[in-house]
Design a protein around this ligand. Structure first.
Ligand code: PLP
Length: 387
């Protein structure tokens, strides 16, 4: 049987492949420290779990409206209105199984052959995968360590043109932890308006900012009507397995994305939606505590990595990743990923998993205990200096 040609254009996320390699080593009795996968190591807060269980017990085990239950769409509209300082109607909210489908659906709904899509590189691999899949042209903006992994605005301006259909932003950023400044956002907003481009603003790490305040591009005049905010519950409330995310977008687009939900998932799991209502409306202390823990771990990992021969690491302002330069070790990113997994028992991701501009870098997720991070640092230091 022959696959449809479009399948050859679909990329993947190698984090899951490294996880499998690490699990195979564990099956042989090796002890691996997991710093590869981007998920909080905390349990979902108890009040949220209870709300999910209660919903199941009360019979919330059926289909829901495809865009989500009204109670959740209202809670999300309120949350986005308060945190982004904009007016949002519940009709603009589409609830999806995780934030990822919002990339899939909006790129599918808006972009096609002849359209250019600007996206960060290194960046979340699904952006490039989806742009290629729908036959649009990927236009990467290189993120450089010397520029704090922010957009080089002059370079960005040279790439944007009337052919640009969409600009993808991700701040705080995976894999670098970089946060776009207000000046960057303003320049990007102006370019989007000038070239009539849509912005897909992936704000999944919006609560995880350690210095300064989170800013969304929607705060700039004229951007609300051309921006899709992608956010969700996986990171903020340690709910990766519940599959709960959403997009907030103009009405006309929300109707089309809802139709893509009708054609694919029908709806997001009912009990997960009720748990999400509790996540937004209930106490926020557990979520805040997680952010404080990430902040502390960030400092431990950055200080530790900078003491290892051949590593240079910035102190990122957000998310839970660090992206050190490892060129000084004399190994390529992929070699270093394999070396650390096999020799030090530490699972990390090669920077090239996030695009060609990730060469020379490794991504560490510090969603792990301080104790494990310290142990990993010790093992890496030893492995790197071994003759
Ligand atoms: N966006 C970014 C930048 C991510 O790193 C992730 C997950 O790793 C997602 C979106 C999607 O997360 P989920 O589908 O679990 O909500």
């Amino acid at each position: 049987m022959k696959l449809a040609t479009r399948m050859s254009r679909l990329g993947t996320e190698t984090a899951f492949e490294v996880l499998m390699k690490a699990r195979a080593l564990e099956a042989q009795g090796r002890e691996i420290i997991h710093l590869e996968i981007g998920e909080p190591d905390f349990d979902t807060p108890a009040n949220i779990v209870e709300a999910g269980v209660k919903a199941l017990r009360e019979g919330q085990t059926h289909y829901t409206p495809s865009a989500g239950i009204p109670q959740l769409r209202e809670a999300i509209a309120e949350e986005i209105a308060t945190t982004r300082g904009i007016e949002v109607h519940p009709d603009q909210v589409v609830v999806t199984p995780g934030g990822k489908p919002i990339m899939f659906f909006t790129i599918l709904a808006l972009c096609e052959q002849g359209d250019e899509v600007i996206y960060p590189n290194p960046g979340f691999p699904i952006y490039g995968s989806m742009i290629n899949f729908v036959g649009a042209t990927p236009v990467p903006v290189p993120l450089l360590m010397e520029k704090d992994f922010c957009f080089d605005i002059e370079e960005f301006k040279s790439l944007v043109s009337p052919k640009t259909k969409m600009i993808i932003l991700n701040s705080p950023h995976n894999p670098t932890g970089g946060v776009l400044t207000k000046e960057d956002l303003q320049a990007i907003a102006e370019a989007a308006i000038e070239n009539d481009a849509v912005v897909l603003s992936d704000e999944i790490y919006s609560r995880m900012v350690y210095e300064g305040e989170f800013a969304s591009i929607t705060r700039f005049p004229g951007l609300e009507e051309r921006t899709i905010i992608l956010d969700g519950f996986s990171k903020t409330y340690a709910m990766t397995g519940w599959r709960m995310g959403y997009g907030v977008m103009p009405h006309w687009l929300a109707a089309q994305v809802t139709n893509l939900m009708v054609n694919s998932n029908s709806c997001t799991a009912a009990f997960s939606q009720w748990a999400a209502v509790e996540a937004l409306k209930g106490p926020q202390d557990e979520s805040r505590k997680m952010v404080e823990a990430f902040h502390q771990r960030r400092d431990v990992i950055v200080d530790g990595l900078n003491q290892i021969h051949g590593f240079r690491c910035l102190r990122p302002k957000g998310a839970f990743y660090v992206f050190p330069n490892v060129e000084g070790t004399g190994r390529s990113s992929q070699e270093m990923e394999d070396f650390l997994l096999n020799e030090a028992g530490v699972a990390t991701l090669s920077g090239t998993s996030f695009g060609e501009y990730g060469e020379g870098f490794l991504r560490f997720s510090y969603a792990n205990s301080v104790e494990n991070i310290q142990k990993a640092l010790g093992r890496i230091g030893e492995a790197v200096t071994k003759p």
